[in-house]
Design a protein. Structure first.
Length: 307
């Protein structure tokens, strides 16, 4: 296992925030969902996650810096050189370090020393919860609005189906209990946190629990009124366009927004009308409007106080 400082590309005196920032940048770049089938990137992602499991935990980082644990989080082997030399200095003979006359062999001291070392190592292996890990997931606007189940790959290579509740918001964090890095000494694993990102929609936007959109209508529909089909996040519905509707007029579809996560109350959908003329020049329409204008006082700029 490589040195975790080198894996994350940070200095030994890096702050906790610097370490967290470096991990997030690498995790986003190397996530298996963004590099499907790339085994080398997947291996690198696991290294980054394991390195952060050490340096992202203040106590583990101190223990690593002191040499008490290695880069994988395991206890380091006890250094026996000094004690072996100490034991062998008696060449296996018995000697009495105490005036009581009780004799000890080199083997006895060796056993005592290393038995104590093992006890101390065991004492240091306390129960410690595993480190948390962070992931990012991107979903469509409709998936976030209605809720969905997405399959994603975790740091340990396993896959997990994540349930996103209806009305999931941009940047919302979901917690997956015990799906982080494993704990020490039988302690539980850390948690996984999933930050949700939502793709922009072609015509829907969200404000709180309401859905907004601009609805194009024809000149005929604006003037005479009509019953038309309009899209909603729940599917198309039929609604009435009142006669004499103009660009900028807003209509409401009650209950066609998103459910409030606490109360369950449904938001609404608001449609702002936009009158659109025919795409190709129409001489008949042009002649009609010119004749109509001669007998009608029609000046929207004057009504708005612009002249």
């Amino acid at each position: 296992m490589k040195n975790p400082y080198e894996v994350l590309g940070v200095a030994r005196d890096a702050s906790a925030e610097d370490i967290k920032r470096a991990y997030r940048q690498l995790a986003k770049k190397l996530h298996p969902d963004l590099n499907p089938g790339n085994k080398s990137v997947e291996h690198r992602f696991k290294e980054v996650s394991q390195a952060y499991g050490i340096l992202g935990d203040a106590e583990k980082r101190k223990r690593f810096d002191r040499g008490e644990i290695d880069a994988s989080g395991q206890e380091t082997p006890f250094k026996r050189g000094f004690y072996r030399q100490y034991a062998e200095s008696g060449q296996g003979a018995k000697y009495s370090p105490f005036e009581s006359g009780e004799e000890f062999s080199a083997e006895d001291i060796f056993s005592d020393l290393f038995g104590g070392a093992r006890r101390r190592a065991r004492d240091r292996t306390v129960r410690r919860r595993g480190a948390d890990v962070s992931y990012n997931i991107t979903v469509s606007f409709i998936e976030a609005a209605l809720g969905t189940k997405k399959r994603m790959r975790l740091a340990d290579g396993k896959t997990l189906d994540v349930n996103l509740p209806p009305g999931t918001e941009e940047g919302q964090n979901l917690r997956l209990k015990s799906r982080g890095l494993p704990g020490l000494g039988g302690a539980p694993a850390g948690d996984a946190y999933i930050e949700v990102h939502i793709e922009a929609h072609a015509f829907f936007t969200r404000k709180d629990n309401n859905i907004h959109m601009e609805l194009p209508i024809t000149l005929q529909e604006a003037v005479a009124g009509a019953r038309i089909s309009v899209p909603t996040v729940h599917g198309p519905v039929t609604m009435s366009i009142p006669a004499g509707s103009n660009t900028g007029k807003t209509l409401r579809l009650k209950g066609k927004g998103l459910a409030d996560r606490k109360s369950g109350t449904m938001g609404d959908q608001y449609l702002t009308l936009k009158v659109v003329l025919p795409y190709k020049p129409d001489e008949e329409l042009k002649s009609f409007v010119e004749r109509w204008a001669k007998t009608h006082d029609y000046d929207p700029r004057r009504k708005a106080g612009m002249n």
